[in-house]
Design a protein around this ligand. Structure first.
Ligand code: SF4
Length: 505
């Protein structure tokens, strides 16, 4: 199979950089729903621009390319071990080329393997079938949305919705709850893959497999088709909206299957995927490994541009900021303000925050903008360049952020999905703000980076290192201010009330 590895490399590259037509269509429809000049519309506009940029430059749509998960069907007699070897080799090469972020971390030592290879990574599911060709489907699903997967064991009691019984009605409640609990942290608008039944472990696998369905298909099981339609309609009345900013579209797909279960168990397993819904597939010739057909793509249909306008829609009311930032500047900002940062910012996520709890920072963070971001970086000669650099989910840093702000004088924390009450209190106490970038807009933000000035703590691996990035025109929205206001807390409360109204719908 001389073409196999190249075919797989092309599958990975296309999956990472070019959203499939059904997802584009769902996102285009969602964009039309949002009211102009709202934060939701602004977020959708950046997302659309980002989708176009990723395709044009063949760069990752989102910097978090997840744990690559392959679903492979092979004819009887085909050597699956050879296919697994080729998948691993293509994965390492795609990482070397900057199409995948090195995401495989030793769970005991924290060491990043650097090439996405390691124990049980990438994930490969094999099945035989009685067809002549090989089929390979790939899902790239990042940590933000993966962390929002959820499993319910019915009967249970759900916040705002009361008791969920072992009925279709109980499942409906779980699915609405799943959308609500994700808020903006999974980069809404999202999609649900759902398995009713099975056991805890297999139920999650089956739920993820539902994400392989076309977003615009209709479930062949009438009860499930009805449930999918109901959940779509009702979830989009919750008002979570794009990035959790509030708005009309919270969900772009809901795909449900039912598997048999034990009499004693009734699990509802939910795989939550974000708007950067990256999945593609290919059919391969079983002799040569050459691609004979792309799945999810209509060769007759041209890829349409998503964005109307390539730039961030400026209103003239944006506040320009150049770090180092002052307390007075931060106290003058309020929730809803749009800021444009020009100057240097430092990336820092899980490993950096844990480090800063015990060690002084390697750079002066007084007045700094600290960016929750795990970029995709490539080294060319002795220079680093940014291949993708959108914000990561901030709530993971909630246990550490207040300490880091207070101890080191950070004045702006940039991320997505918002943070909790401890951080909000620290912002108020010290005069600092939280800025929400648009999650997944990795190409959009990468283009604002004029220079990679320096890197510290590279021993944590590329995504976890502390990068000093010089940016120009980096746009974000103040969603937590220095006066104790949080857009996230407000939307969670309002959408919780909307959820309660659906209790008996
Ligand atoms: S779009 Fe958001 S949730 Fe999805 S992979 Fe990227 S950062 Fe994670």
């Amino acid at each position: 199979m001389q073409f196999l590895e190249n075919s797989l490399l092309e599958l990975i590259t296309q999956t990472s950089t070019n959203l499939p037509p059904d997802v584009r269509a769902a996102m285009a429809a969602a964009m039309k729903q949002e009211q102009p000049a709202t934060q939701a519309a602004q977020a959708m506009s950046i997302i659309a621009t980002n989708i176009d940029m990723a395709q044009e430059d063949e760069g990752p749509i989102c910097q978090d390319t997840g744990m690559p998960t392959f679903f492979v069907h092979t004819p009887i007699g085909v050597n699956q071990l050879a296919i697994a070897r080729a998948i691993r080799s293509a994965t390492a090469e795609a990482t070397r080329r900057g199409k995948l972020r090195p995401n495989s971390v030793d769970s005991l030592t924290g060491a990043n393997s650097g090439d996405n290879l390691g124990t049980e990574t990438p994930v490969i599911h094999f099945e035989q079938w009685e067809q002549n060709d090989i089929e390979v489907k790939l899902i790239l699903k990042g940590g933000g949305c993966e962390n929002k997967n959820i499993q319910y064991s019915l009967p249970c009691t759900l916040e705002h919705l009361g008791r969920a019984d072992r009925t279709i009605e109980g499942v409906r409640k779980c699915l609405l709850h799943a959308v609500w609990q994700a808020q903006g942290q999974g980069c809404a608008p999202g999609a649900l893959g759902v398995c009713i039944g099975s056991d805890r472990a297999h139920g999650y696998v089956l739920a993820k497999t539902e994400l392989l369905r076309h977003l615009d298909d209709v479930n062949p099981v009438p009860e499930l088709a009805k449930l999918e339609a109901e959940v779509m309609e009702q979830a989009n009345t919750l008002g979570v909206g794009p990035m959790g900013f509030g708005g009309r579209v919270s969900l772009i797909g809901c795909k449900i299957m039912a598997a048999n279960r034990l009499p004693a168990s009734f699990f509802v397993s939910v795989a939550y995927d974000c708007w950067a819904f990256r999945r593609l597939g290919v059919k391969l010739d079983a002799e040569s490994g050459a691609i004979t057909n792309w799945l999810y793509r209509d060769p007759e249909r041209l890829i349409e541009k998503m964005a109307q306008d390539e730039s961030f829609p400026l209103t003239g009311r944006e506040v320009a900021l150049t770090p180092p930032l002052t307390e007075a500047q931060m106290r003058s900002l309020k929730v809803g303000d749009v800021v444009i940062i020009n100057g240097d910012m430092y990336t820092g996520r899980d490993a950096v925050h844990a480090y800063l709890m015990k060690n002084p920072p390697p750079v002066d963070l007084n007045g700094a903008a600290l960016y929750h971001c795990g970029p995709v970086m490539l080294k060319q000669g002795d220079r680093w360049s940014v291949k993708a650099a959108g914000p990561t989910t901030s709530i993971r840093e909630e246990p550490y952020q207040a300490h880091v702000i207070k101890k080191y004088g950070v004045k702006a924390v940039i991320g997505k999905g918002g943070m909790g009450p401890k951080t909000l209190a620290a912002l108020k106490e010290t005069g600092a703000v939280y800025l929400n970038g648009i999650g997944g807009a990795a190409q959009f933000y990468a283009r604002t980076v004029r220079e990679v000035v320096d890197v510290n703590l590279l021993e944590f691996g590329i995504p976890e290192a502390m990068w000093q990035l010089r940016v120009e025109g980096f746009a974000a929205i103040v969603t937590m201010d220095a006066h104790g206001n949080s857009l996230h807390a407000g939307i969670e409360q309002e959408s919780g009330a909307a959820l309660a109204a659906l209790q008996n719908a």
